[in-house]
Ligand binder design. Structure first.
Ligand code: BES
Ligand code: ZN
Length: 871
């Protein structure tokens, strides 16, 4: 049972540390069930006269020595969360020995075992499960680590920095050989960036020469046999290193950069200094086992974690309320990298879709919080879409406001000023004020106010005066934490289009020469009016180009006008946006689909010009995207409306779709590059339509697609079509796939996800059956996400009217909480939007949430999330 109510931590309570640990010597003797850790800490007082309290959990304290003298239990205070010395000298050496049990660590926080290998996850507060420490990000220490272990079982022993020693040791009492390796990281770092890996691993090697000519050794470690699957990640790493030099002038600093892939991992990956640890799902890829989306994801995660070396490691966060300082910024950097490497338009579309699917939903629900939160119970719950995705958008707006050059000046100053320190969001914004001479006081509200602003446009054309008056109104609904909201500083990028699609120059009243075709209006007040002069004809407004702010843009246009923008807007993002809005209006309001179907015809006619972009244009909003637009949500109705639209498109454009399907066939060997991937994406979008009837002929085509596929992308596209159909071909294809990949858990995950995402009525039963499959394992987060996570995202079946979907997910969450509370709390996000549904569904979801909140012995993680959802 929970003994005490979990307590909230407040930003307002931040206090500078009274002590600093300057150097750490860690000594590990690794055994799965009894690992010994000795930490020798040099500590000095910075201020005050209070006690010295070190955080520590889940370990058995074996001994403490102060300046070489063993202490007795009466000399310190110990509880289940900390170790305190009441009256320490102002400079001291503490030597602390403790014992931990990595084999019992199912939470995967601290030191744990993943498929027999030791690895760590210390961010945000896992280090305190390894030893007693000032486990807070504003304590930066120089680490030296000695690891000793069985030589046969753990031939590879890794930690941060450079290898500074190693060798054989006398055998243990059973005659088994032992060895050790020592590592030293010269860069002071917070404990959350500490890492250790030990196992019997294979590796691949590469090298990189920095812009100043320094050679860097690159090593990727994987389980034996997976070496070929790490090649693409190595390639992505080199491109990321080169990009950071070009785009930000940032060079790598150690002589060696290592990545390790592990199979049991809570998150995607972790940026530990010089030793990134990756979930194997976002590292391993071959054409036979990974889809184009997997490749793109690997590229972006490898880049993201690498980029943290400067944005996160060299400059870290003062406290966890500043999390977006490193995460929002690093996401912004990885998004730009992927855009540069692939396609800016497609990248922007995908980023905005992810933002709306997760962050807008968060902002509109019970878990809404600002990019800089003011309080939390469990910091692990705050690695949210708001911190990440909205945080990245905020930086994008800052760049829009100060321009490319100003942005680079600001980041240069930031790296210069704060290198080697723990910084705040305020420090970051200040750099742009200082470097660019701008007042960003109102802009700071983006960090402080939760909620998604709405921008409404009203345009009037005066033919006689040849003026176009644009009125913009901004509003921000109150959130639980903030009843009053202030107007924000919002960059609104617009364009005006003539009848033939030509751009009309945007000249503001008072300007004496023709303005640009596209411009950013700075909206700072609740209501603002902009008058454009010399406007030759009644224009069509293109609002929020390139999604210039994380806002809801309302542009009142007719179906026909949206169709025109969809075909002709010079801003690629807004062409896509117009199509999405149009399709949503058809599906949700039942308006005529004539204009949209015709516009899709134009997209198909030009699809070969940019297949990747065309594939995006061809897909109407998903059921979840539609659900986010209108309440009360009616899941079967949304499903039916979307199916009807897809079938209408298929019927209208059958011939062209079939032609493109043939045209986009792969010639030659598979390559994961963006162009080839774009052709496959377009071809598979065509397949979606060509199989839209879900009849026997459709099943035949999907089956043939699957059977003739030469890569995982196409195999999955075939199976994804089949999973919608009641056909013997469906069962035989799924059996075939299963038998081929039965010993490859990452690939079987895809097989599970497809079945969990099926719209067929028996999906709940099927998922319950798959939970008994030998590959399913509640202890491995990838397995849980592949099956239960995918089911939670199955809008139609999760929201089954009989509540069976809710009960399934609720049961799993409650069982999972005792194993891995972090993942359980994340899964509970499936219920986040419960208040948007009809009374019946609300009651059923609420009942699950209550059962979760009242779970005996519930973790603080799950308690915080379920409690907030119910409030
Ligand atoms: N620092 C995080 C990993 C992390 C997250 C550690 C939460 C502890 C708690 C890492 O840099 C990260 O953000 N990883 C993302 C992927 C990234 C591409 C957005 C992840 O793991 O999902
Ligand atoms: Zn990150």
């Amino acid at each position: 049972m929970r003994t005490e109510e979990p307590r909230a931590i407040h930003l307002a309570d931040y206090r500078a540390p009274e002590f600093r640990i300057t150097t750490v010597h860690l000594d590990f003797s690794l055994e799965p069930e009894a690992t010994h850790v000795t930490a020798k800490l040099q500590i000095e007082r910075l201020s005050g006269s209070g006690p010295l309290t070190l955080m520590g959990e889940n370990q058995k304290l074996l001994g403490v020595a102060l300046d070489g003298r063993a202490l007795s239990p009466g000399d310190y205070h110990l509880d289940d969360k900390s170790l305190t010395l009441t009256d320490p000298p102002s400079k001291l050496t503490l030597e602390i020995s403790s014992q931990i049990n990595p084999a019992a660590n199912t939470e995967l926080e601290g030191l744990f075992l993943s498929n027999g290998m030791f690895c760590t996850q210390c961010e945000p507060e896992g280090f305190r499960r390894i030893t007693y420490f000032l486990d807070r990000p504003d304590n930066l220490s120089v680490f030296t680590v000695r690891i000793e272990a069985s030589k046969e079982q753990y031939p590879v022993l890794l930690s941060n920095g450079n290898r500074v020693g190693g060798g054989d040791l006398p055998p243990d009492e059973n005659g088994n050989g032992r060895h050790y390796v020592a590592w030293h990281d010269p860069f002071p770092k917070p404990s959350y960036l500490f890492a250790l890996v030990a196992g019997d691993l294979g590796s691949i090697h590469g090298d990189f020469t920095t812009m100043r000519g320094r050679p860097i050794a690159l090593d990727i470690y994987v389980e034996h046999g997976n070496e070929p699957r790490a090649r693409y990640a190595l390639d992505a790493l080199k491109r990321a290193m080169a990009w950071d030099e070009r785009a930000y002038g940032r060079e790598y600093d150690l002589d060696i950069f290592m990545i390790v892939a592990v199979s049991a991992f809570n998150m995607g990956a972790m940026e530990n200094k010089g030793l990134n640890i990756f979930n194997d799902k976002v590292l391993l890829a071959t054409p036979e086992t990974a889809t184009d989306d997997d490749y793109a994801r690997i590229e972006s995660v490898v880049a993201h974690e690498y980029f943290h070396n400067w944005t996160g490691n060299r400059i870290t966060c003062r406290d966890w309320f500043q999390l977006s300082l490193k995460e929002g910024l690093t996401v912004f950097r990885d998004q730009n990298f992927s855009g540069d490497e692939r396609s800016h338009a497609v990248q922007r579309i995908q980023d905005v879709r992810a933002l709306r699917a997760r962050q807008f939903v968060e902002d509109a629900g019970p878990l809404a919080h600002p990019v800089q939160p003011q309080s939390y119970i469990e910091i692990n719950n705050f690695y949210t879409a708001t911190i990440y995705e909205k945080g990245a958008q905020v930086i994008g707006m800052l760049k829009t406001l100060v321009g490319d050059e100003g942005y680079r000046k600001g980041t240069d100053l930031y790296f210069d000023r704060h290198d080697g320190h723990a910084a705040t969001v305020e420090d970051w914004v200040k750099c742009f004020e200082d470097a660019c001479g701008r007042d960003l006081s109102q802009f700071r509200l983006w960090y402080r106010q939760a909620g998604t602003p709405v921008i409404e446009a009203r345009g009037t054309y005066d033919a006689d005066a040849r003026t176009y008056t644009l009125e913009l109104t901004q509003s921000l609904a109150p959130t639980a934490d903030q009843p009053e909201k202030k107007p924000m500083h919002i960059p609104v990028r617009i364009g005006l289009m003539g009848k033939d699609g030509s751009a009309l120059p945007l000249t503001l009243d008072g300007e004496n020469r023709a303005g640009p075709d596209s411009r950013v209006l700075e909206v700072t007040q609740k209501f603002q009016r902009f008058v454009f002069v010399d406007v030759a004809q009644e224009p069509l407004l293109s609002l929020g180009r390139d999604f210039s702010a994380p806002a809801i843009f309302r542009n009142p246009l007719s179906l026909h006008q949206r169709a025109v923008l969809m075909g002709k807007d010079s801003d690629a993002f807004n062409r896509w946006e117009a199509g999405q809005t149009l399709a949503a209006e058809i599906m949700l309001d039942g308006t005529s689909h004539t204009d949209y179907i015709a516009a899709i015809g134009e997209v198909l006619a030009r699809a070969e010009e940019d297949p990747a972009f065309a594939a995006q244009m061809l897909m109407p909003p998903t059921e979840s995207e539609l659900a986010a637009k209108k309440t009360p949500v009616d899941p079967p109705r949304i499903n039916g409306a979307r199916l009807a639209l897809v079938r209408a498109i298929a019927l209208a454009h059958q011939d062209r779709l079939a032609w493109l399907y043939e045209q986009m066939r792969d010639a030659g060997d598979y390559s994961p590059d963006a162009r080839s991937a774009g052709r496959r994406a377009l071809r598979n979008a065509c397949l979606r339509y060509l199989t839209a009837a879900d009849d026997e002929a459709a099943a035949g085509l999907a089956d043939a697609h699957y059977r003739t596929a030469t890569n995982m992308t196409d195999m999955i596209a075939g199976l994804a079509a089949l999973t919608r159909m009641e056909s013997p071909l469906r069962d035989s294809a799924f059996t075939h796939f299963h038998d081929r990949f039965r010993s490859d858990p990452l690939v079987l995950d895809k097989w599970m996800s497809l079945q969990a995402g099926s719209p067929l009525p028996e999906t709940v039963t099927a998922v319950r059956g798959l939970m008994k499959h030998p590959a399913f394992d509640l202890k491995n987060p990838n397995r849980v996400r592949a099956l239960i996570g995918a089911f939670g995202a199955n809008h139609l079946r999760f929201h089954n009217g009989d509540g069976s979907g809710y009960r399934l997910v609720g049961e799993v969450i409650r069982a999972l909480d005792g194993v891995n509370p972090q993942v359980a709390a994340r899964m509970a996000g499936a219920f986040e939007s419960w208040r948007r549904y009809d009374q019946d569904r609300q009651a059923q979801m609420r009942a699950e949430l209550v059962a979760i909140r009242d779970l005996p012995g519930i973790s603080p993680n799950l308690f915080e999330v379920a409690g907030k959802m119910l409030n």
